[in-house]
Design a protein around this ligand. Structure first.
Ligand code: AMP
Ligand code: MG
Length: 380
């Protein structure tokens, strides 16, 4: 029953906690997880339009012959085609004439240079019917803005899972009360409930003494009312480790012990149709197991960590056959690199979904490949 972390994750994935879904308004959907692929209901942008204030023109005209004949504002319907020599005054976001192939910036004057790439073409960011966001995407602010851009007012998401937390241990007392000899303050319930809050779950805390009958009763009660039970303590080899005993003797165990340190003794199984993950009592173990097993199972790792590479400045001891999670402090962000992947127009909200940082290029500077520039790394 002693398994690797990957095997434990594989077993957990056979018991999906995120299975119920609901449809909610975009304004309620921040940090919820999409339960279906989302198609664009319209092209983005929906029509050819101007990205500047200036004039719409025909690039084949002689610049000196241009005559301004009318104005087009954002919100106007599609204008008539241009006749040779005509220029339409146009504002940012206004539809361009069907045959316009260039724009002139207001700063350059009516007879200024013709710029072809300042027309934002219909569907250039995303075309109607295309999958714009995939199932399981976390709906942070940029994906939500993208959904609005492509016409969605509501979105299907996974329901928040209901999780019961059971802390076990006769030595545990609530902080705030007096500590008698042999007792310690209980800290795993606040650890786990705050982690679950961040993971998007709804949690309820229960406490059990080290008594097999009261623990069994609590298992029954929580199995009825929750999608998942997380316990802390009582999973290793001690005589009062009743979480382990109950699951092995009366439940349906799937694994016990994982090849990791800290966090070796977790147990996982089903209790009357509800999954139970027994976390170790030691707080760091509980925390590390939550991050390694629970986060990928019922939430999104992006909420909790960014995988990076670091150069060690301290020696670290490993362990045979175990993945070792020693606590490290990161001192530097050297050697990060950056790339771009989409059209960078200010109308393309998808560029904020696909990327996660903003360059800070000072006036009159471009960035060459190999340059080091300032940037903002976004945690959305
Ligand atoms: P156990 O797995 O029950 O043997 O607990 C292992 C260690 O973790 C013991 O030193 C316990 O006192 C401690 N511990 C267990 N549960 C908690 C908790 N909820 N808060 C703080 N420490 C705990
Ligand atoms: Mg205990």
């Amino acid at each position: 029953m002693n398994v690797s972390i990957d095997r434990a994750l594989e077993i957990l994935s056979n018991f999906p906690i995120l299975s119920n879904t609901e449809v909610i308004g975009l304004n309620k959907a921040y940090k919820r997880i999409l339960s279906e692929d989302m198609n664009a209901l319209v092209d983005s942008p929906p029509f050819d339009n101007s990205s500047i204030d200036g004039w719409a023109i025909l690039s084949t005209d002689n610049p000196n012959d241009r005559q301004e004949v009318e104005s087009i504002f954002a919100g106007d319907t599609i204008p008539r085609p241009l006749q040779p020599g005509e220029a339409f005054r146009i504002m940012t976001g206004a539809p361009t004439p069907p045959n316009a192939d260039a724009l002139v910036m207001v700063e350059d004057g009516l007879h200024g240079v013709a710029r072809k790439n300042f027309i934002r073409r219909k569907g250039e960011n995303i075309s109607k019917g295309m999958v714009a966001l995939e199932k399981n995407t976390m709906l942070t602010s940029a994906p939500l803005a993208l959904l609005a851009t492509i016409g969605h007012s509501q979105v299907p998401v996974y329901s928040r899972p209901k999780v019961s937390i059971i802390s076990t241990g006769d030595e545990l007392v609530k902080p705030g009360s007096r500590l008698e000899p042999g007792q310690i303050y209980e800290s795993n319930s606040i650890l786990l409930s705050s982690l679950l809050q961040k993971a998007g779950a709804i949690s309820t805390n229960f406490k059990s003494s080290d008594n097999i009958d009261s623990l069994r009763e609590l298992f029954d009660q929580c199995a009825e009312s929750s999608d998942l039970i997380l316990t802390s303590g009582g999973v290793s080899m001690g005589d009062h480790d009743f979480v382990r005993r109950l699951l092995i003797e009366e439940g349906e165990p799937y694994f016990w012990k994982i090849k990791m340190r800290p966090g070796g003794p977790p147990i996982f199984g089903m209790w009357k149709g509800t999954p139970i993950l027994g976390l170790p009592g030691n707080p760091v173990s509980s925390h590390v197991v939550f991050l390694t097993l629970v986060v990928p199972w019922l939430s999104n790792p992006r909420l909790f960590y960014k995988k990076i590479q670091v150069r060690l400045k301290t020696e670290l001891k490993g362990a045979p056959e175990k993945t070792v999670f020693r606590r490290l402090k990161i001192h530097s962000t050297d050697e990060l690199t950056a790339t771009t992947h989409t059209h960078q127009g200010s109308g393309n909200i998808n560029s904020m979904v696909v990327h996660d940082a903003l360059s800070i290029l000072p006036p009159n500077t471009s960035g060459e490949v190999g340059d080091i520039i300032d940037a903002l790394w976004l945690i959305d």
